[in-house]
Ligand binder design. Sequence first.
Ligand code: G6P
Length: 446
Amino acid sequence: MVKRSKGIKIATIGGGSSYTPELIEGYIKRKDELPIKEIWLVDIEEGKEKLEIVGNLAKRMVEEAGLDWEVHLTLNRKEALKDADFVTTQFRVGLLDARIKDERIPLSYGILGQETNGAGGIFKAFRTIPVILEIVDEMKELCPEAWLVNFTNPAGMVTEAAMKYGNYEKVVGLCNVPIGHNMMESKILGKKPEELRFIYAGINHHHWHRIYDKNGKELTTEVIDKLFSNNSNIMENIKFIPFIEEQIRDLEMLPCAYHQYYYLTDDMVKKELEEFAKNSTRAEVVKKLEDELFEIYKDPNLKHKPEQLSKRGGAYYSDAACELISSIYNDKRTDMVVSTKNNGALTDLPYDCVVEVSSIITASGPQPLNFGKFKPAQRGLLQLMKAMEEITIEAAVTGDYGKALQAFILNPLIPSGTIAKKLLNEMLIAHKKYLPQFKEVIEKIE
Ligand code: G6P
């Protein structure tokens, strides 16, 4: 990328998010490799108060680190995007109240309700994709050379929409799940993550991985053995149920934490229904956690990222986002797991779709490492999930009811038929404020 002598400008959309201290901490850690000049945190009117609170904490963190970076807070997205070098996205359309609906409405039918999976994930895509397309259009006009680093969920689908329908190539999707796995599994092996090599392949929240030591010896089976004698949770946001040993051994790869929803659907629904009955679905828990975090952030003496942020599922996301930015800026060629265009790396999936895969991050973007073929058990599920994602994105862009229903019917976490249609209609009506593309459809079903 073109290096600017006046220093880097980074704009963060959804800057009022509780995750912002993660990002700032990540930039501070990399202060010697990232010549930052300006950080712009942008949010919408509804997020103004949070933006002020977390933005002021960001300013205190930068000042405490003895840096002269400018931290700007704004509600004007165009002003933030103008001449940016990197744009990071962490916004949530409809805020946590929309997530509560995504989780609670399916559960009221006895169907899994989750932020990025099943009906909830599809609706998050419906609300978010039109907004990412607006952002990409503005970027083409205001900062056409900038890289878009997307953390907004569902990260894979949002990234694919920006590439395919926004025709924006310089976009990379990010997730912290691989980091969570690397940390936990290194610990199990009594090693540090940098002493091991992890190879990931799949799509966002639906990938598998293998582990090697630095001499090339594969340790995957050893980790599988230890996992089953040492049941421990990986992600803060997912209720933990141990996988079924025989099935995982047959895969010969490690599943990701989100596979619990697909490999253990009944057990997961049962657990979630218990939380549903107590009004304590993950979204409701997060809402409380957020309130606590913002109270903590208000303290004028707080000048670092507080420990309590690690209770959020997205912990360590800064390591991914900031390392990615530094890798692109400095052509570091770091080995990272990102959502990027497949380009044939996963031969079982379409060439132009977005996959989540181990990649080398260069100045010209991620170069996905060739993975090749999956076993039939993985291939079948993965191809189904990718087709479901493609249809969801198309429905999000066009507002086509038939496609929305098709995505629901294809999704392995939603039963097909009458229930799918009833649930879809109820969710369309519940989220209508954030679904302008479905306006006519909603008027008909209301
Ligand atoms: C994980 C996932 C993210 C997700 C987060 C939810 O980190 O990778 O995609 O947003 O969990 O965490 P929360 O604390 O909001 O439930």
